[in-house]
Design a protein around this ligand. Sequence first.
Ligand SMILES: [Zn+2]
Ligand SMILES: [Zn+2]
Length: 367
Amino acid sequence: MNAPLKSLAAVAVKARATELREFAVPDVAPDAGLMRIEATGICGSDWPMYLNEKPGPRILGHEMIGTIVRLGDVARARWGVSEGDRVALEEYLPCGHCEYCRTGEYRSCLETDASLPGAIRYGSTPLTVSPALWGGYSQYLYMHPRTVIHRVPAGVPHHIAAMALPIGNGFQWAYLDGEAGPGKTVVILGPGQQGLGCVIAAKAVGADCIIISGLARDEARLAVARELGAHHTVVADQEDLGAVVKKVTGGRLADIVIDASGGGAAIVNPSIALLRKRGRLLIVARKGPIQGFDLDQVIAKQIRLFGTRGHSFEAVELALKTMAGGQFPLERMSSHVVGLNDIDRALRMVGGESAERSIHITVAPWS
Ligand SMILES: [Zn+2]
Ligand SMILES: [Zn+2]
């Protein structure tokens, strides 16, 4: 018989505050499961959620890895996993039946779009939706029947495996959407965990030239980008990125520009200027309305403009395979591992409200 379990979790109770609470762990239905969380990565998107009181108290964190400890018979058959398996989950809880899900684009499923009422996803669903354990900053997680599961390759430590989603985003944006590969020049704006994920992906698929830009305060992140394989790093508040791209490509310019900087609307027109004809611009962070958007250049250069978010199943699998391969010094991306009682400090680091700088922070809920 299952002994009753308790789970400690950091609940985001109001804007800018979490509180440790204990929850009774639910029994699992035949089509559901329970994960003992080993580690959860802190994502940049946790910061705006931390600042927002809506939709009410909830457990944040959506980049979980851990061990399946309880499993219903239907879930065991459907998911093809067993108790004791070490897995990584995605944040999405897609319906499995809509047009997006049926075409493999389940990250666009409306049933898991957290901006819509009634939709569910890990790390943003409130406590009021039973059984409350929807977030990664917790010791246990409820595995909903619609959970998306990946196996974690043997030997990958928890603070590396917890980067499956940001590195997966790198594979999605640089490779699957951007089509980086041999012969291509990729420019990445912003050396945060996802920008670094783009460096890893571009390198893994053989891009000829990888250029990444950041600000002077990002010096440590740019150094890690070089270790991960970036050919050139540019300090954009001290150097002219356009001139560097022109020089290192011999005037040919970039095939792909990925704006992972969150740098606002002002960055879009200069990004278009970095592209050769028929290049691709991928915009990841929201920019708001753009004054003077250079549509003429988009047409003259036949630019393909992609608004992109999140990852496909394939992208996360590629990230996990890359971790297993061991050819990248991913350790260098892991700047902090913290416990549940340090979530507020960690989130302020991610939000840039701390003198201490981070790259990737792992929450280890049993430490
Ligand atoms: Zn995330
Ligand atoms: Zn769907």
